[in-house]
Design a protein. Structure first.
Length: 164
């Protein structure tokens, strides 16, 4: 039933090949993994390092930590904007933590601006926390579902129109 195999010989190990019936039942590496029996582990957040400049939109169901610069919209589950980071575009996430700079609209169920945050744009939220020292220019609007794609646009004012 078992045969001795050479250690340096490529191919399936002897225990993976059934030679008694003349059939090869070799399993691919890692085939013992049973996805249904193992709970799904939460993946680590994607980190965009401080020397990275991204031009374009980012979309994920996971978490993103921005330490560099993004010129485009970001949609994520949890978005953390690092202290030295800059995002120019709309930010949409369940949880948004801003330590750095955001130029554009922020939409989130929970939005937190830390003392080092610099936000230039409107914030649409369900709950918000703004620490002392945070810099914010724009309007704040509470909505029960700020993530809805058909959410109401912010009302335009004469001051906003004059900037365009």
């Amino acid at each position: 039933m078992f045969s001795k195999s050479k250690i340096n010989e490529p191919g399936p190990a002897a225990s993976e090949t059934d030679t008694s019936k003349g059939t090869d039942t070799a399993k691919p590496a890692g085939s013992d993994f049973k996805a249904s029996a193992t709970p799904k582990a939460k993946p680590a957040p994607s980190v965009l390092s401080s020397d990275l400049l991204i031009t374009g939109n980012l979309k994920t169901t996971g978490d993103i930590q921005v330490e560099g610069q993004v010129e485009g919209d970001i949609r994520a589950h949890l978005l953390t904007v690092g202290e030295g980071a800059t995002v120019k575009g709309e930010v949409v996430a369940d949880d948004v933590v801003v330590n750095g700079r955001v130029v554009g609209r922020v939409r989130g169920l929970k939005v937190r601006l830390t003392s080092t945050a610099r936000v230039e744009g409107d914030i649409i939220h369900k709950t918000i926390a703004i620490e002392s020292g945070a810099h914010f220019e724009g309007s704040v609007q509470r909505q029960d579902d700020p993530l809805a794609t058909g959410s109401k646009k912010m009302p335009t004012t004469a001051a906003t129109d004059a900037k365009s």
